[in-house]
Ligand binder design. Structure first.
Ligand code: ADP
Ligand code: MG
Ligand code: MG
Length: 870
């Protein structure tokens, strides 16, 4: 039995979305529920892979099945492709499983040639319209299928307009278009070295092949890489009979969302153009009218459209993004899909759909992209500070951003690679600008509406975007308005939530959680099993974390406390100490400072658990390098050349060299430091316990970088001794626990033995990933890791998403072994993975008790931990 590669919209419901692609599946679904969809058929994604396998050629079976389906379409419409009296015209549209806005190519008006255009002109009684369609087809087909750049045609058209003294396209007559069509054909002949294909069947096959080919073009490949979409999915092709929105003033075309994709507000949101074909709206060539105006322009159509939107939303139980065309007063639907939305809109829509009875709470929780919600906590412009608005455009994607303006995607990418924050400024963007948009903080365009390419892509990436800022003039390398001109590199700030643009850097403020977001998180708290803690070293961070819903601190890194400017001299004195007495003296000065640090944290956390990790970094991190040491020597008052002072100078220099390590990541750090300098850990333990007595906290003391149980046993003894001392001194009984970080493979492998000395485990998956792979992260990410991920040597960056097969296996084993010898052993994770939804899902599966992440990721973690249980 031969495989069926082609399915009519009227029968495609039998086919999965994987085969028909998103567009095809939804066109079929809309057909099935009786909505007005122009008839057509879908060639499957499987055919795309066959095309590739056959050396990028269309296999005969696929051609034959396509022709059979075409015959059926001709029968259904009563028209024929290439017919000289009643010609059929079709669109050839790509449609991947995952929607990839603007990535793939579409050809409209296919079937046009000199004969069919003449027939169409007679049939419609509107030669100007018919020849306009023809020339559009020539341009689009030549660009997309034959690879003759649109630029050549545009240039010719511009030239022609000038010659004739026309200002706009509508002024061109049928004869003008006819003349241009002949010139366009000459351009094709010249650039393509072959005549323009007049045979509609040949046009069709070439177009189908071109859509398949476009799946493999560079910009599609880049988009898929960025969004982790497998290249092996392939795209489907949809062949659909044309409806014409450019037939006159009773026709038009538009795009609409059933709810506001930027804020989530439940009102119809979109744009349309009168007398235009679909591409005109998306391409941003003309700035369209708000959809609400359709209500007065075409009341009947609007009413029908509104009802259809409600029906579609109820049917798909999600916000829809709809393309429609009106041909001479009759409404047609050309596409529907679940609409892309900002994080804020995603939250609001999910919560309101629960209130409206459309979704259950669990469904709503699963609807929101946990990875995106931290964007809701990002800075916005401080309204209390006055500033001059330089220009105002459409608020296309919320968020505020400052950066240096650049005028090309390449410049954006280049400057961003050098670490600069840039804002990409373009008249409009195209898929070729993708790399620039990725690199930029925000995008500003002067043309196009809320559904233009720039707006859609920026919203998808969660970047701020202001578009359609028509008062601005983009020159070669300048941006100007009303006499004021900005050059490349000028810093501007834009607010994608209001559409405002300012010169310079505007002050920002931290936002609050919205009511809807809070409500959603409360639902998440009800269903999640794991606790969510935060990594925080300072009371201010702790406060933020608690506001965002953290239930404790999973990791307080004490080295950050050592690094504070006023402490460094004391820390250095401790390191430089010549004798134990000198060292003790320095430690004695540090102790009250540390005690205050811990006290502040305990107070802020009000009885919630706090895990404090004793000092980890290598000592040399606190020391000046050799050049600085000269300064340091002066600081110590060693200025003269007296022999004794020279000796001291030499001693300091040799101490610095001694502390300098070949490989600090694997060097004298963590508990290794505690082993050789127990007095440091003892001081920290005392400070913790004294602060605990004052605040009534139950501290969890954590020993870092343990590889052998003996290390933990020795350090535990130091901590216990200090606890006993504080108890004796103050006549109190302390409650505390001592646990360890599991962050080197040996600890995970011998977790059963280590558990005997540990009250809890905390998986430090940053170091565990480094030590399991044997990568130094700082070296890996800049040098080879990016290439590894791009070439799929590694499926993904293991520092972002936990490597389940390797590092994850150690974690799983560590938990099992640990709990095997100590049932109920508390275990959590405190690496950056603790804020990554996919890694959080893994933590749920291995039964960790909590995840700990940075304060701003706490809401993400609450949501992801809930999703992991559903
Ligand atoms: P994209 O995925 O880039 O949006 P589409 O295949 O949806 O590409 O098509 C591009 C534009 O052409 C859309 O605005 C769409 O509405 C319009 N279009 C596609 N097919 C037809 C058709 N059969 N008749 C009229 N307009 C169409
Ligand atoms: Mg579309
Ligand atoms: Mg570590």
């Amino acid at each position: 039995m031969t495989t069926q590669f082609v399915f009519d919209f009227a029968t495609t419901t039998k086919v999965t979305k994987e085969l028909a692609g998103g567009k095809g599946a939804n066109l079929a679904e809309m057909t099935r529920i009786g909505l007005p969809v122009p008839p057509g058929f879908t060639i499957t994604t499987e055919a795309c892979l066959q095309y590739d396998a056959a050396g990028r050629k269309l296999p005969d079976t696929i051609r034959e099945q396509t022709l059979t389906a075409l015959a059926e379409l001709e029968a259904k419409t009563g028209k024929r492709l290439g017919d000289n009296t009643n010609p059929l015209f079709v669109s050839v549209r790509s449609g991947a499983v995952v929607s990839m806005p603007g990535m793939m190519d579409t050809v409209l008006n296919l079937g046009m040639n000199d004969d069919t255009a003449r027939a169409f002109a007679e049939q419609t009684g509107n030669p100007r319209f018919a020849y306009d369609c023809y020339r559009r087809f020539l341009q689009m087909f030549s660009d997309v299928v034959l690879g003759v750049d649109m630029f050549y045609f545009e240039r010719e058209l511009e030239h022609y307009r000038e010659q004739k003294g026309y200002k706009t396209d509508p002024e061109l007559t049928a004869d003008d278009w006819k003349e241009l069509i002949q010139t366009f054909k000459l351009i094709v002949q010249k650039k393509h070295k072959q005549p323009f294909p007049e045979d509609p069947h040949e046009q069709l096959m070439l177009a189908v092949a071109a859509v398949f080919r476009s799946w493999y073009n560079d910009r599609a490949m880049i988009y898929r890489r960025v969004h982790h979409i497998p290249h092996t999915l392939g795209t489907a092709v949809n062949i659909q009979s044309m409806v014409f929105g450019n037939m006159g003033d009773t026709s038009g075309t538009g795009v609409a969302f059933t709810r506001n994709p930027s804020t989530g507000e439940a009102t119809l949101y979109g744009e349309y153009l009168v007398n235009a074909q679909g591409e005109d709206v998306v391409a941003g060539i003309r700035t369209p009218n708000p959809i609400a105006e359709l209500a007065s322009a075409m009341p009947d159509v609007f009413a029908q459209f509104k009802e259809t939107c409600e029906r579609l939303e109820a049917h798909y139980r999600d916000m829809q993004d709809i393309e429609f065309t009106v041909e001479d007063g009759k409404l047609y639907l050309l596409q529907t899909r679940n609409g892309k939305r900002t994080a804020a809109a995603g939250v609001r829509i999910a919560v309101e759909m629960v209130r409206e009875g459309i979704l259950t709470r669990e469904e709503a929780l699963l609807r929101v992209d946990a990875d995106q919600v931290d964007k809701l906590l990002h800075a916005r412009i401080d309204d209390s500070v006055d500033r001059d608005v330089f220009a105002k455009g459409l608020p296309a994607s919320p968020g505020a951003a400052s950066g240096a303006i650049v005028f090309s995607a390449d410049d954006a990418a280049k400057r961003a690679a050098d670490g600069e924050r840039v804002i990409l400024v373009r008249p409009e963007t195209t898929p070729d600008d993708i790399h620039g948009i990725i690199a930029a903080e925000a995008v500003l365009t002067t043309r196009g509406g809320m559904t233009s390419h720039a707006a859609v892509v920026a919203r998808g990436m969660g970047k701020a975007c202001v578009c359609g800022c028509e008062e601005l003039n983009v020159g070669e390398n300048t941006l100007s308005v009303a006499g004021e001109t900005l050059v490349e590199g000028t810093i501007i700030t834009l607010d994608g939530g209001t559409g405002e643009v300012y010169i310079g850097e505007a002050p920002m403020v931290m936002p609050e959680l919205s009511d809807e977001f809070n409500e959603l998180l409360t639902w998440a708290d009800d269903v999640r099993r794991m606790m969510v803690r935060a990594n925080a070293d300072q009371p201010l961070d702790a406060k933020r974390a608690v506001e965002f819903g953290a239930e404790g601190i999973g990791l307080c890194r004490t080295e950050h406390m050592f690094m504070e400017a006023d402490r460094i001299p004391v820390v250095r004195e401790m390191i430089f100490a010549k004798t134990m007495t000198e060292r003790e003296a320095a430690l004695q000065r540090l102790e009250p400072m540390q005690e205050e640090d811990f006290f502040g944290l305990f107070e802020e956390m009000g009885g919630r658990p706090v895990t404090i990790r004793l000092l980890d970094p290598p000592l040399h991190e606190f020391l000046p390098d050799k050049e600085e040491l000269i300064v340091r020597v002066t600081e110590l008052g060693i200025t003269g050349e007296h022999p004794a002072e020279l000796t001291e100078k030499r001693r300091l220099l040799s101490l610095v060299s001694e502390l300098e390590e070949k490989n600090p990541m694997l060097g004298h750090r963590g508990c290794r430091l505690g082993m050789t300098h127990p007095e440091i850990y003892a001081m920290q333990a005392r400070a913790i316990f004294k602060a605990a007595v004052r605040s009534g906290a139950v501290p969890e003391v954590m020993i870092p970088l343990v590889g052998h149980v003996n290390e933990l046993a020795a350090m535990r003894a130091v901590v216990e001794e200090e606890a006993a001392r504080v108890e004796a001194d103050q006549g109190v009984t302390l409650t505390y626990t001592v646990g360890t970080m599991i962050e080197v493979p040996r600890a995970a492998i011998t977790a059963d033995v280590i558990a005997a000395e540990a009250d809890f485990f905390s998986f430090g998956t940053n170091d565990l990933t480094q030590t399991t792979f044997g990568y130094s992260r700082d070296d890996a990410e800049g040098k080879f890791l990016t290439q590894y991920v791009e070439r799929e040597t590694l499926p993904r960056n293991p520092f972002v998403h936990i490597d389940e097969d390797g590092v994850g296996r150690l974690v799983r084993q560590g938990v099992e072994l640990g709990r095997g010898s100590k049932p109920g052993l508390k275990a959590g994770i405190c690496g950056e993975h603790g804020g990554d939804p996919e890694s959080i899902d893994f933590c749920e599966r291995v039964g960790l008790d909590y995840v700990s992440c940075s304060p701003y990721r706490v809401p993400t973690a609450r949501l992801a931990a809930a999703q992991a249980t559903l």
